[in-house]
Design a protein around this ligand. Structure first.
Ligand SMILES: Cc1cc2nc3c(=O)[nH]c(=O)nc-3n(C[C@H](O)[C@H](O)[C@H](O)COP(=O)(O)OP(=O)(O)OC[C@H]3O[C@@H](n4cnc5c(N)ncnc54)[C@H](O)[C@@H]3O)c2cc1C
Length: 234
């Protein structure tokens, strides 16, 4: 593949960062299950948190080839760090770019793209992965709020993220068209980190089971329209 000048510069910058700051620590981080907070902030300064997000919204304003190069170079240094950065970029920032309203973009996308916040994506549940339409987590309207109940499984950054995009059923009778997407700050009461996976590798990235126990969020935290969640997730 022939890269353009900008893509080559990104590749070289990330390669050099990865060799100096990630690779020498990777084995220790994996052994100690260490979350690389400091290095993630350095990656944020390099624009790695929102590679394809427009500069006007706090991102690096690059293309998706550049995002692939960024993830490839980070992964060569530490696979877990690459997974953390990958989820923050896509699906989290990419969903926000496409479906969040202007107020949500200011509140969530800008800090996510700048690295002031870290994002997670909650789709998978203990009983279903590939079949994203079989969700059981519910979001029930109560006045100006939605109340979330259910369990999400294998959530990258579920423990360390500041905000999660959560897919939940708002209308059980509507099947695939009854799923909606929400911004859920992880410090909301009822967002519970129920457990962490003991994986075979990638230990610098936490993979969590999240329990939503009467987790109340403002109705304005819905992303897109009610019933659009399955489309957004795909
Ligand atoms: C390290 C890690 C991090 C993850 N992070 C996240 C995250 O941040 N957020 C999140 O929501 N999820 C996350 N996941 C979950 C991941 O998206 C699911 O594991 C994935 O969707 C597969 O679901 P499953 O594990 O239930 O496997 P299954 O759906 O049971 O699939 C098992 C196998 O069957 C195959 N299969 C399934 N259905 C069919 C079919 N109809 N026809 C043919 N073959 C089929 C699959 O290709 C696969 O090989 C993560 C998983 C891992 C391992």
């Amino acid at each position: 593949m022939i890269l353009n000048e900008e893509q080559t510069m990104i590749q070289e910058a990330l390669r050099s960062f990865s060799r100096e700051r990630l690779a020498p620590n990777a084995a220790r981080w994996d052994k100690e299950h260490h979350f690389p907070k400091e290095e993630l902030q350095e990656l944020a300064a390099l624009g790695a948190f929102g590679v394809a997000v427009p500069e006007a919204l706090g991102g690096a304003g690059l293309d998706y080839v550049s995002l692939a190069l960024v993830l490839e170079e980070i992964a060569a240094g530490d696979g877990g760090t690459s997974t953390i950065i990958s989820v923050n970029n896509c699906p989290v920032c990419s969903i926000a770019m496409m479906y969040a309203n202007d107020a949500q973009k200011e509140q969530w996308l800008r800090p996510l793209a700048q690295g002031a916040m870290l994002g997670a994506f909650c789709l998978t549940e203990p009983h279903t992965g590939s079949d994203a339409s079989a969700l059981r987590t519910t979001a029930t309207r109560d006045g100006n709020e939605y109340v979330l109940n259910g369990t999400k499984q294998f959530i990258t950054s579920g423990k360390y993220a500041d905000v999660a995009i959560v897919m939940a059923v708002t209308d059980k009778a509507a099947g695939k068209r009854g799923i909606s997407a929400f911004w859920v700050p992880t410090n909301t009461p009822g967002y519970i980190v129920a457990g962490l996976e003991q994986k075979m590798g990638q230990h610098s990235s936490d993979t969590a089971q999240i329990l939503f126990d009467n987790c109340r969020i403002p109705a304005e935290n819905m992303i897109g329209e009610e019933g659009q969640g399955y489309k957004i997730a795909l």
